[in-house]
Design a protein around this ligand. Structure first.
Ligand code: CS2
Length: 483
């Protein structure tokens, strides 16, 4: 195994490429996904597209990668237990923003940097999920408007663009890799909101010169556990403190809209690495956010409440298999137009195979995180389109009720749930403030960052009856009742 990994190792006469990209939010997903595609693009077509990783909160990833020259392994796990190893050598270094924000800004302002990529999760954009507008009340945004050295991804983007504008350097392309609808448009909007509040002339420059292409990103990447590190070290004979586990499948669809000032050098040869370069990513985004992420979140809440630890275990339960397949067939597929040439029934079948992969231990608890930031684009948009088409959504309504039960913080066995969500405390308080299913649902529907007033009015009755059913007969039987 060690020989195989060494074979993949870049030979000494192929030093790492110079950096052309800064990545904000260096988590497992980007290391298994964007970094791998870019590593491929450079191996195939060359170019100065090394990546400077930036951790916005913790030094943990840097501390693990620095001793191994920022080289790490992706481990693609097949359903039959086979594992394919790939050494990724595209990271030049990793900066830790809280330790030295100036170092981050300086690299982002470096003319050699032509792209800034982001995986900061839905909550990292400091936006209002229901409207997409910048949340000026967010403590990091309030701080960053008053301080030259920022904390938030948005603060770093705008402060770095300001330095580039002042130095006569073209802007970098902002390439978001997060699961948000029209993600490029969203990040452009919050960047503009921040810039206009700080320096209206800068906002005009960004509007004219900046580029924020939307993307669809897809690779299931569960969190790496300490025991994975030990097991892989034993298996390969090489100790990697920061391996990334992932499924074999990956798909990246990117709008081909990069800063024109750089001409042919505006981006790596992504197409050579298998990235689909398109004019409009919207149909791909609808497909993925609704069909994958919408069922992921539905299965996460219902599966967790039913006592299933992973997605694979949840869909191995015939009740949830039927529930999931019915969601696709009856509620999600009819809600949007597929990308040209894509058969959504085939796509659903492939998704189910991916979910069923027993090697991928993707925890329902992990997917259940940050539901307040995920529900609008994963579930509520589909419900809204179904309401407009007079198409019932009992399965998605039950998923909303399950999310409400989940954020109430007590599971079906009376055990506490560790709810991870930027609004966790507020949601728990709202749930606790009421003692009937109807009142609890009404309290949670009052959160305007998630539910518009119109949506709340339409959901009150059906979600209340689903919530009552959930509490009375449990998640598994409630899912069975819908199927
Ligand atoms: C998951 C996603 O954690 C979650 O919310 O639904 O990370 C999902 O695994 C990816 O979007 C798959 O591409």
């Amino acid at each position: 195994m060690a020989a195989e990994l060494e074979r993949l190792h870049r030979s000494k006469d192929h030093p790492k490429p110079k950096a052309g990209i800064v990545h904000l939010g260096l988590g497992a997903f980007f290391r298994a996904f964007g970094a791998l595609y870019i590593d491929d693009a450079v191996r195939i077509s060359g170019g100065d597209w090394g990546i400077v990783g930036v951790s916005l909160q913790s030094a943990a990833t840097r501390d693990k990668l620095a001793p191994q020259d920022f080289v790490y392994t992706t481990v693609s796990q097949d359903p039959d237990g086979g594992e394919t190893f790939r050494k990724i050598e595209i990271l030049e270094t990793v900066l830790v923003a809280p330790e030295d924000p100036e170092a981050v800004l300086a690299r982002m302002a470096d003319p050699a940097i032509r792209i800034v990529t982001l995986t900061v999760t839905e909550k990292g954009y400091c936006h209002d999920p229901a409207t997409g507008k910048l949340n000026f009340a967010h403590p990091d945004i309030a701080h960053d408007l008053d301080h030259a050295l920022p904390r938030s991804a948005i603060g770093f983007l705008v402060r770095a663009l300001k330095r580039r504008r002042d130095a006569g350097t073209p802007p970098f392309t902002v390439l978001t890799c997060d699961n948000l609808p029209e993600n490029g448009k969203l990040v452009r909007g919050v960047v503009q909101d921040f810039a206009r509040a700080h320096d209206p002339g800068l906002a005009d420059w960004i509007a004219a010169e900046g580029r924020f292409p939307s993307t669809m990103v897809d690779r299931i990447t569960p969190a790496t556990k300490p025991e994975d590190v030990e097991r892989l070290a034993q298996k390969t004979g090489i100790r990697d403190e920061a391996p990334v586990l992932c499924e074999p499948f990956r798909q990246w669809v990117v709008e081909d809209d990069f800063v024109p000032a750089y001409g042919a050098d505006a981006r790596p040869d992504l197409a050579a690495a298998g990235v689909e370069m398109v004019a409009d990513v919207t149909p791909y985004e609808h497909m993925k956010l609704r069909m994958l992420n919408g069922t992921h979140s539905s299965l996460a809440y219902l599966g967790y409440l039913a006592g299933h630890e992973t997605i694979a275990e949840t869909v191995a339960d015939p009740v949830f298999e039927g529930f999931c397949k019915r969601l696709w067939r009856e509620e999600i597929i009819p809600s949007f137009a597929p990308p040209e040439g894509v058969d959504l029934a085939d796509y659903a079948g492939a998704l189910f195979e991916r979910y069923s992969n027993p090697a991928i231990r993707h925890r329902t608890w992990q997917i259940a995180m940050d539901g307040s930031q995920k529900l609008p684009q994963r579930i509520l948009g589909t419900i809204a389109d179904n309401l407009a088409a007079a198409r019932p959504s009992p399965g998605l309504i039950l998923a909303v009720a399950a999310w409400m039960r989940y954020v109430g913080g007590i599971d079906e066995r009376g055990q506490p749930i560790e709810v991870k969500d930027p609004l966790a405390e507020r949601l728990r308080g709202l749930s606790d403030s009421a003692d009937t299913p109807e009142a609890k649902v009404a309290a949670l529907l009052s959160v305007r960052e998630i539910f518009s007033a119109g949506m709340a009015a339409q959901l009150a009755a059906p979600v209340s009856s689903s919530y009552e059913l959930l509490c009375r007969i449990g998640a598994r039987r409630a899912a069975e009742a819908v199927t």
